[in-house]
Structures are given as C-alpha cells and as structure tokens.
Design a protein around this ligand. Structure first.
Ligand code: ARG
Length: 268
C-alpha cells in the first residue's frame, strides 16, 4: 500500500509539472513580450552585470506590466532588430530606435516616447572644433563639395549616424569611404580612444554618457534634424500596436515615463 501511494504521488507530481509546462494561459503564467534591443547604448539600454537596464528596459517593463505580460529582453545586433520584428522573431524592437521612412516600409512604429539628435564625439585635444572642419569647401548653394583627406568617421553599423555619415558630401554626409562601421556604439568609441577614427557620430544622449564614462573626450554640436524614438512592431500586429500606444499614453499621463527618463537624464 505504501509503495502504491508513493508511485501514485510521483505520477501526480509529474502530471502537475507537465500541466505547468503546457497549460499556458492558466494559473499564474503570463504571456511573454519579447523585446529585441542592442544593449550598448546608454542611457537607453546597457548592461549592469548580466542585467540589461536603461530607459528602454524600464519603459518596456512598465508597458509589459500594464498589458499583464512578462517582459523578456534579447540583446542582438542593432541591424537585425527590424528584420527580427518583421519576421515575428521578436514582438517589439526598442533600442533608442529612430522612426525612418525606410524602416517604416518593414515595420510599424508606436507613438514616439523620446527624441534624439546626432552628435559628434572627438578627442578632447582634437584639432577639429566643428564638424564643418571635415569639409574642404562649399558649392554655390552652400552645400559641402569635398571632404578632407583620410577622414575616418566611426559609427554604429545600420544606425541613423551611419546613414547620415555615409551620404554624399552634397547632402552633408562624408561619403562611404570615410565611414568605419562598428558593431556597437561602445566599440566605435573605443576605436576613437585608440586613435583609429577621427570622430564618432552617434545620438546625443549616448554621446554624453560615453563622454562622461571615458576620460579625454568631448562633443561637437551638429545641425542634424531631431529624430523620434519609437517602438517597432510587426505590421500585422496592429492589436499589439494599439495596446502599446494606449499603455504609452497612460504611462506618460501618470508620470511613469517622465519619471524613468528623469531618472536616467536628470534635468540640469
Ligand atoms: N537612433 C539611432 C537609430 O535609430 C541609433 C540607435 C542605436 N540604438 C542602440 N541600441 N544601439 O538608428
């Protein structure tokens, strides 16, 4: 009898475990919200030990809570986020990501929750005092028509900094030949410190974070246009888009999102 009870209880435990694993939606198990990011972009996303923290991580956490979902953050290459969202590998892409015409062909974007503008980081003792120093002359319309010899601009691959810098001088870029692409913004900054590039073009808040975290760097202002950061969502997933927009509105109105941004970017 004793033995029978033992066997019966083991069978019961196994059955319960199997149910926990497969009976999604029942009990306490929450649906997952899988977010792709590129966690070398402080203060929006960066690693503290093994944990991904930052403005995007905290806003995503608040959104997941609002939707009754469980957030999972996946760190990947920035350039693979839009494709991964489009194919359904990730539910959302959140990476200080700028809304661009080109990306809008592949994914939808939520309402914007933050803004950015490209900055130029140089070494503190750099001979360059303005990014205009990188041009050799201007045409009759006032647009640049040449770039200094051997100019090396470091960017994070596939970002708007990369896209602008790679454009023709006539469009205020520096030409493909001047651009060296790195996997992360942090790698580009290390290359600058090592003297491999003359400057790094990257969004203003990460630029400030990198300058604060590393000795001997400074920022040059640019006149690039302001960019809107938003959450990328698959085109078919209009239901999730609506839910996320509603959550963003609520979390903005109740002060949650302004509070998260203020925590990482204190108003001076
Ligand atoms: N805002 C820029 C863009 O969308 C750079 C974003 C880079 N983000 C990151 N997590 N590395 O292209």
């Amino acid at each position: 009898m004793k033995k029978f009870l033992k066997v019966a209880s083991i069978v019961l435990v196994i059955a319960m475990l199997a149910c926990f694993a497969s009976c999604g939606g029942n009990g306490d198990e929450k649906e997952k919200l899988i977010m792709a990011t590129n966690a070398a972009f402080p203060p929006y996303e960066y690693k503290e030990g093994d944990k991904i923290v930052g403005i995007d991580a905290e806003i995503a956490e608040a959104i997941a809570k609002e939707l009754g979902m469980e957030l999972e953050i996946i760190d990947t290459e920035f350039g693979s986020i839009v494709g991964g969202v489009q194919s359904g590998k990730y539910d959302i892409g959140m990476a200080g990501m700028t809304v661009t015409e080109d990306r809008l062909k592949s994914v939808n974007f939520s309402t914007s929750y933050a803004k950015g503008v490209q900055s130029v980081i140089v070494l503190e003792d750099s001979k360059y005092t303005s990014y205009e120093d990188f041009y050799t002359g201007y045409d009759k319309d006032g647009n640049p028509n040449g770039v200094i010899d051997d100019l090396k601009i470091g960017v994070q691959q596939d970002t708007t900094g990369d896209i602008y810098a790679s454009d023709k001088p006539e469009k205020w870029g520096f030409g493909e030949d001047s651009v060296i692409r790195y996997k992360t913004g942090a790698d580009a900054v290390q290359a600058l410190i090592a003297g491999k590039v003359d400057c790094v073009i990257i969004d203003n808040e990460p630029a400030k974070s990198f300058v604060e975290a590393n000795e001997g760097l400074k920022i040059l202002k640019t006149s690039y246009v302001e960019e809107d950061y938003a959450i990328a969502i698959a085109k078919e997933d209009t239901e999730l888009l609506e839910k996320i927009n509603a959550a963003l509105e609520k979390l903005t109105d109740d002060g949650t999102i302004p509070g998260i941004i203020e925590k990482y970017i204190p108003a001076k």
